[in-house]
Design a protein around this ligand. Structure first.
Ligand SMILES: Cc1cc2nc3c(=O)[nH]c(=O)nc-3n(C[C@H](O)[C@H](O)[C@H](O)COP(=O)(O)OP(=O)(O)OC[C@H]3O[C@@H](n4cnc5c(N)ncnc54)[C@H](O)[C@@H]3O)c2cc1C
Length: 408
């Protein structure tokens, strides 16, 4: 058991595992990841695994692109499948402005060497026969993205990192932490860990973990629904998979799951969870579904995909999702707290976790980020932000769903 390390990572979801992996790839292997329960036991285990290249914030696209690359690399190195399905993705243009924005984004994707095509409504209909394409203005098509198995990807990252010399300690919650001279000291029931650097990758647990240091980290959890349909005959008889679809009008993402569809819903009014603190006994639990909240979205989805009139819903998962006031993660060093790094606040942690691990590990090992991405810096909200302000901001961001910002 390592008790004196260069880096201790707190939290073994996809983000913590990715940071551990990339630190090891960059040569830092005197590291330990401390996880409260099993790996993935926060939000990662129930995620849909969508890993698009199309970021609502094009500046984030490098993190999206780095993620699929990271998972496939870890799969190759570890032999653990990450279950990547390269279905491609369609971002529908529900308005003419969205179509204009796709044209504005296009050069960025060229710069990053990511295939990005703008399709006419007819081309969309040909690629995805379940979409009623008459009412759209076209779509952005990213043919090389898709979805992964989040648990498989986390295990592949952890396994590869361990093969390089990193350590993973499951069932080892960090109960308290403080700074002692040049080190951080982490208290656990199985003994103390001293570390030069610590990375808080504990998602919506991070605020409580760091509050004793006087830090006010504005992360809050919302409930988030995904639905899985029964088999759809059109899909069952199709060769290959339909591309994933995202649409600001329905505020849903829809991808193929086996021979049916999986729908992720961004409701207009988010429902917060555990505002008084994460329950101490919270395990790998889901919340009861609330169909009434989903109905307006499903009605609009039926306009886009008439097949929804006739199909049954097989499963509904409603799980906790972590949010920052602007919807972007908190990634980087915390000012005034030497050796403390944040990798928390991910609401698309499968889509961006792989690339974010690389981004943070580069910053830690080289002393500077691999590219400038001020949008994610850990100190951007300040320490004075109130809960009221943070929640009001999250409400707006969540309700925006797949609507695009009007400028890059
Ligand atoms: C229904 C649903 C569908 C989703 N679908 C997608 C999707 O398709 N694509 C996508 O990108 N995202 C999706 N998400 C979001 C995604 O699940 C999260 O963004 C991602 O899993 C966050 O990963 P994480 O590593 O930051 O956090 P988590 O997976 O929550 O991991 C945090 C870990 O920290 C551990 N921990 C906490 N406190 C301590 C402590 N004191 N000591 C040690 N360990 C501790 C926890 O046990 C946990 O394992 C979905 C979310 C929901 C709810």
């Amino acid at each position: 058991m390592k008790s004196d390390v260069q880096v201790a990572i707190i939290g073994g979801g996809i983000v913590g595992a990715s940071v551990l992996y990339w630190l090891a790839k960059m040569g830092w292997t005197n590291t330990v990841l401390l996880e409260r329960r099993e790996l993935t036991s926060g939000s990662t285990w129930h995620a849909a695994g969508n890993t698009t290249y199309f970021g609502p914030y094009p500046t984030m696209t490098r993190l999206f692109a780095g993620s699929i690359r990271t998972y496939l690399q870890a799969e190759k190195e570890s032999g653990q499948s990450v279950g990547f399905h390269q279905t491609g993705g369609l971002r529908l243009a529900a308005t003419s402005r969205e179509l204009e924005l796709f044209h504005i984004y296009k050069p960025l994707y060229k710069e990053l060497n990511i295939p990005f095509h703008i399709l006419s409504p007819e081309e969309v209909g040909a690629l995805h026969p379940l979409i009623e394409a008459n009412n759209i203005f076209g779509a952005a098509h990213t043919p090389t993205d898709g979805h992964v198995d989040p648990s498989g990807a986390t295990q592949a990252l952890a396994l590869s990192a361990q093969n390089l010399g990193a350590t993973v300690e499951r069932w080892r919650p960090v109960e308290a932490l403080h700074r002692d001279g040049e080190n951080w000291v982490l208290a656990t029931k199985k003994g103390t860990v001293r570390a030069k650097h610590i990375v808080a990758a504990a998602s919506f647990w991070t605020p409580e973990l760091l509050a004793p240091l006087g830090l006010n980290i504005p992360l809050y959890a919302t409930e988030h629904h995904e639905l899985i349909t029964e088999e759809i005959s059109e899909i069952a008889t199709m060769e290959g998979e339909v591309p994933a679809m995202r649409d600001s009008y329905v505020s849903c993402s829809v991808r193929q799951e086996a021979k049916g569809l999986l729908v992720g819903v961004y409701e207009s009014e988010p429902k917060f969870w555990a505002l008084g603190g994460i329950p101490k006994d919270f395990k790998e639990a889901l919340f009861p579904p609330n169909i009434d909240r989903l109905i307006p979205h499903l009605n609009r989805l039926t306009e886009r995909m008439p097949v929804f009139k006739d199909i049954g819903i097989k499963t509904i998962n409603n799980g906790p999702m972590c949010w920052t006031p602007d919807g972007l993660p908190m990634l980087g060093p915390v000012s005034g707290q030497e050796g403390l790094w944040l990798a928390s606040g991910f609401n698309v942690g499968i889509g961006t976790g792989g690339g974010s691990g690389e981004f943070l590990a580069h910053w830690m090992t080289q002393g500077h980020p691999m590219f400038e991405l001020k949008a994610v810096h850990a100190n951007r909200f300040g320490n004075e932000i109130t809960t009221e302000t943070a929640l009001a901001s999250i409400r707006k961001v969540y309700a925006r769903g797949y609507q695009l910002p009007d400028s890059i």
